[in-house]
Ligand binder design. Sequence first.
Ligand code: PEP
Ligand code: MN
Length: 262
Amino acid sequence: AAGRTVHPDDTIIKVNDISIGTGTFTVIAGPCSVETSEQITRVARSIKTSGAVILRGGAFKPRTSPYAFQGLGKEGLDFLESAKAAVNIPIISEVMNQTQLPMFENVDIIQIGARNMQNFDLLKEVGKLKKPILLKRGLCNTIEEFLMSAEYIMASGNENVILCERGIRTFETATRNTLDLGAVALLKEKTHLPVLVDPSHAVGIRSLVPPLAKAALAVGADGIMIEVHNDPAKALCDGAQSLDLKQFDDLMVEIKKRVVLE
Ligand code: PEP
Ligand code: MN
């Protein structure tokens, strides 16, 4: 179970030689969407050099509009896997439904997006796997509901759950969402599972990503997931909140002054 009362010690999630949840700070970075093989490999190389330890890249994208770029699908996963092999870095990508799961065999961490946080059938299916699952908080879900969704995965047999606070809907519209840092602190008390923060989707504005990333570190998160693109102005998805390679490197310099990276 996810609660500290039954399981007081922090859960440590192992991905190759990386341990998430050990008191170190895990940085995941990469583009919102995989666009081309060259793009994802180039970003992978750069973010690894900067100190990120896991590469993100969406292949199946949950877009608000059906006319927006939907991701490259299977081909996107193939490009992501070739970047993994070329750069030697583990990868994370979002699964949108259970029929896609067989395609995720070589993906190291499976992401359940905010919009699927309460897709209970999908949670039960990923609960049958052994691989780490990164569960993002729903746009309008309470902390209790978030933890119950983690519980669904764990009750089905998979204890390797990483929580990710990614901002919630509030009355405020000046930022894309409102980063709930109080939730991060509360989750660290209530659960032994690792808690990451995604400042990119939380705030939606590039210049505000570094300060919120540092806030996540200060509040006790186990790491962050940051959107990084080689050319944000031309990104097919979420360019406005994506750091370029240099901006990400600058952020990592700031973070490295403050922590031990893992
Ligand atoms: C993402 O991380 O690619 C994503 C779609 O985020 P969220 O599910 O938090 O909106
Ligand atoms: Mn995105």
